[in-house]
Design a protein around this ligand. Structure first.
Ligand code: ATP
Length: 376
């Protein structure tokens, strides 16, 4: 599949710094040997200071052929023999069905200016150039480490305080309903996929969405700019500098605070989806203490911990519905050979398994008289 242009060269800035842009596109389906001259041409087009540099000064390697993108590390040897390292991200085909690129680019500019993620260095027809982060990627079990969990919580609070211009409308239900509309009308040619897909009751899924939306609406949860995909692969740590990085803001949007935290907790299950690793109430409270007050975590009132517990675990259910429906769209659109339909069932079945318990907790919390009018 060839490269499609996601956006035209446009005015992008980070704070007062204008970000270079190029209308060029690079076909991500080419072999690395064929991609290299195109990446060199792109770098020369974006960054004037390298326009006369010999091509041999550029070296390229693959960082990840991630689920959605191709990520390359580009090293440029300048005259002083010091390497300048960057990443070039080429968007995967059809990712625009689940990712709003304009929204992502706008968020990156502001998050990067606030010190989150890699620095944005340039944008082009079907991707972007960012600084290379010298750090290791976390594993799912790292996220359980109390010291790291506290740091993730503290950084997440700061992340949630970044102001991104534009609509502040929380997106989870808009996205879930949009995914539902697309996911429920798919046609599969592949016989095995078709059989599995046809066992799904979309009426039942729709009823679950509505029931959960009605419950979570009653929580009046705060709305923040959320990462929405805080899995271990999107957390990097430089141990020497003790610096934690959040990366990959593709799914970022204004959303309910509890969704971001509940979604992060679901990721404790790791790539094998072992939901027995979901954090215990004590582990969650440790995270909440550092999220709510990283200076005085032990002073956080019990009622605030309980409220955040209810909020997080109600939206944790929404995270299962969100990624379950996302997976059905991927099953049809993604070129990646992954059993997305089974992933749908894994997330949807986990939703059904957890639903009763957390609905019960939320309803009992909402019925407390001391909550007064707010929750009626
Ligand atoms: N700026 C960066 N510097 C160094 N390494 C990076 C950078 N960005 C990403 N990585 C590495 O590449 C991996 C994949 O990155 P990322 O999650 O952004 O890609 P992706 O294509 O969106 O993948 P997925 O769809 O699987 O989330 C990360 O887990 C991290 O190890």
């Amino acid at each position: 599949m060839g490269a499609t242009k996601i956006w035209n060269a446009m005015e992008v800035s980070e704070g007062t710094r204008k970000i270079p842009s190029s209308p060029l596109t690079v076909d991500h389906s080419l072999s690395i040997a064929h991609i290299k001259p195109k990446i060199v041409a792109l770098c020369k087009d974006l960054f004037n200071q390298w326009s006369n540099l010999d091509d041999s000064r550029f070296s390229i390697e693959t960082v990840s052929g991630g689920i959605t993108n191709l990520l390359l590390k580009v090293s440029v040897r300048e005259d002083d023999a010091k390497d300048e390292n960057m990443t070039v991200r080429l968007y995967g085909p059809n990712t625009e069905y689940v990712i709003n690129r304009e929204r992502e680019l706008q968020a990156i500019q502001h998050l990067s200016a606030a010190g989150f993620g890699a620095k944005l260095l340039g944008v082009f027809g079907n991707g972007m150039v960012q600084s290379f982060i010298d750090a290791r990627t976390l594993t799912p079990s790292d996220m359980k480490n109390p010291k790291l969990a506290a740091e993730i919580a503290k950084q997440l609070r700061k992340f949630h305080q970044v102001e991104i211009p534009g609509s502040k409308e929380p997106q989870v239900w808009n996205d879930v309903l949009k995914f539902f509309k697309n996911a429920s009308t798919l046609q599969f040619d592949d016989g095995e996929k078709k059989i599995k897909y046809e066992t799904i009751s979309f009426q039942e899924v729709h009823d679950e969405i509505i029931e959960l939306k009605e419950l979570t609406d009653r929580l009046n949860a705060p709305v923040v700019f959320a990462h929405n995909d805080l899995l271990s692969g999107n957390l990097m740590l430089n141990e020497d500098k003790e610096k934690l990085y959040f990366i990959d803001f593709e799914y970022g949007s204004y959303n309910y605070r509890g969704f971001d935290i509940g979604n992060h907790f679901n990721e404790y299950a790791g790539y094998d989806c072992d939901y027995s690793l979901y954090p215990s109430k004590d582990e969650q409270f440790h995270f909440f203490r550092h999220y709510l007050d990283s200076d005085q975590p032990n002073e956080v009132p019990g009622k605030d911990l309980e409220a955040l517990y209810v909020e997080t675990n109600s939206y944790m259910l929404a995270s299962h519905l969100y990624w379950a429906l996302w997976a059905l769209i991927q099953a049809k659109m993604s070129p990646i050979d992954f059993d997305y339909i089974s992933y749908f069932f894994m997330r949807y079945n986990e939703y059904k398994k957890q639903k009763e318990n957390y609905f019960c907790i939320a309803k009992s919390y909402l019925s407390k008289p001391e909550l007064g009018e707010r929750f009626i």
